[in-house]
Design a protein around this ligand. Structure first.
Ligand code: BG6
Length: 489
């Protein structure tokens, strides 16, 4: 185990802390990864939050840990590390001084400042950390999306943080990169020669990257209605997955090499402008529908406000203009209140160049590699084989299935746990570099501009479906179809 460290969470009573950070930190305790004496300092503005902190934190654990994970002895041990602390970020008062005294009592430790607060407060928070001399060479700052709502605002946020922290101490989280299965994607690509030779425009017809959710607004109406699915999911998670699928091999599994390769992919994304945006993207918004036999309300009802044109679904066609990917469409799709919760990458291979079997042998299905990131992590490769139940020469698709939850019985992914421990260990490989944020926005901004200019209402889709029909039409134009989890042979 490493030396003890301090994690200071700003926004200690907030939603992110309750839902993600406390469960992740509990897991580090349960797995014996939190060194004795480490402090988890949760800053809250409201004195009442400080007073009731332990009870509320315990409730959050019971609510957000998986079934059977909560253990009273572990929770007690976890609470010994936890220290609620009253602090109003925007006031340079005695509380900041008290924070300085608390941290300076262990001045040589690694300190991670986790900004689980709105980005509008990042600058002020970092400024006070600086003024009270709380930033030293062992300090790192962790920030969460949303990092701005366009390139300009993202740049302003990054500038503010950069005034106080060097880039090497800034850890920008995209929690998708912390998922074990997402790292497995790199392992699959860069350790298997069979894939490397079949990973380009010569063999691949198209790529689909899809993150579907069944949840709706989850109490985040204010944020979500301003952001929409493109900013909330595509600018970060989907583009990061696209980078991992499309990038060249880094020369080492080293943060700077991995990030450099991802930036090259983002730079090679073909820009979409005006008319092209309208031809290559589909915006949707859910209306009431059925989910698992239960009626769920539509977006506007959930929002409690008529007339919002915010998209809760996006499908789009992208191209990467380089040698490897010339003319291979990358279809990205994400939405709320869809039929199933699933994050999946589908590599659709081309047909064989020449058919040698007679028609009676049956149709040939081109190979397909499906990398499922959640909920049941698996890799499937569909290929053609002879039907062994008959003497006749009949062909049929067969699937090689590697199911990680079967193979790895102890497999339990918690992206936040992984990322927090990486930040402590000063390993930035799975965090986003400033340049990546800038390039991603540079590709997204013209799409938003074109949508705003066109001022069209989003296409409606019923909750519990795979999105509006226009999303299917987008692929049908190219002779393709979405692979919908659980609905294909
Ligand atoms: C977040 C988005 O970044 O990712 C949410 O803001 C979304 O809207 C969530 O629900 C999805 O994450 P996961 O890990 O549940 O797929």
């Amino acid at each position: 185990m490493s030396d003890p460290f301090d994690i200071v969470i700003f926004g200690g009573a907030g939603d992110l802390t309750h839902r993600k950070l406390l469960p992740a930190l509990y897991r580090t305790v349960a797995e014996g990864k939190l060194p004795a004496g480490s402090r988890l300092i949760a800053c809250c503005r409201n004195p009442a939050d400080v007073a009731g902190y332990y009870e509320r934190a315990d409730e959050a654990l019971r609510e957000h840990l998986s079934e059977g994970e909560y253990r009273a002895d572990c929770a007690e041990q976890f609470q010994q590390h936890l220290q609620p602390f009253e602090l109003n970020i925007t006031e340079a008062n005695h509380c900041w001084q008290a924070m300085a005294e608390l941290l300076d009592s262990e001045a040589d430790r690694v300190r991670v400042y986790y900004l689980a607060i709105p980005p509008t407060l990042f600058g002020e928070c970092c400024h006070h950390l600086h003024t009270f001399k709380l930033i030293n060479r062992n300090s790192r700052v962790v920030v969460e999306k949303p990092l701005g709502y366009n390139a300009t605002s993202a740049n302003a946020i990054n500038e503010e943080i950069a005034r106080y922290f060097p880039e090497s101490s800034i850890y920008r989280i995209d929690h998708y990169l912390g998922k074990e299965t997402v790292q497995n994607l790199m392992a699959l690509r860069f350790t298997n020669v069979i894939f490397e030779h079949l990973w380009d425009a010569k063999s691949i017809d198209h790529v689909q990257i899809s993150i579907s959710e069944t949840v709706g607004l989850e109490g985040r109406a204010g944020f979500y209605n301003e952001a929409g699915a493109l900013r909330d999911m595509v600018q970060n998670h989907l583009l990061q997955l696209l980078c991992l699928v499309a990038m060249e091999s880094p020369h080492k599994m080293k943060a700077s090499s991995i990030r450099a390769e991802k930036v090259k992919v983002l730079e090679a994304l073909r820009p979409l402008r005006d008319e092209e945006v309208l031809r290559n993207t589909v915006r949707g918004q859910y209306v009431a529908g059925n989910h698992n036999g239960k009626l769920v309300p539509g977006y506007l009802e959930e929002l409690g406000e008529a007339g919002s044109n915010t998209e809760t679904f996006v499908a789009l066609r992208a191209h990467i203009d380089n040698w490897r990917w010339a003319r291979v469409p990358f279809y990205l799709r994400t939405g709320k209140r869809m039929k199933q919760r699933c994050a999946e990458i589908v590599i659709q291979y081309k047909e064989v160049s020449h058919r040698v079997y007679p028609q009676e042998a049956g149709p040939l299905t081109p190979n397909r590699l499906i990398i499922r990131l959640q909920p049941e992590e698996s890799i499937q490769l569909t290929m053609m084989a002879k039907d062994l139940d008959t003497l006749d020469m009949r062909l049929q698709p067969a699937t090689l299935n590697l199911n990680f939850s079967d193979t790895y019985k102890r497999f339990k992914s918690d992206a936040y746990k992984r990322l927090i421990l990486d930040a402590v260990a000063a390993n930035p490989s799975l965090f986003i570099h400033r340049d990546e944020v800038g390039h991603a926005w540079a590709w997204i901004d013209p799409i938003i501009d074109a949508w705003q200019k066109a001022d069209e209402a989003p296409h409606l889709y019923r909750s519990g479906t795979w999105g509006p029909p226009e999303s299917d039409e987008l692929l049908a134009e190219d002779g393709s179809a979405w692979f919908n989890a659980g609905e294909h042979a």
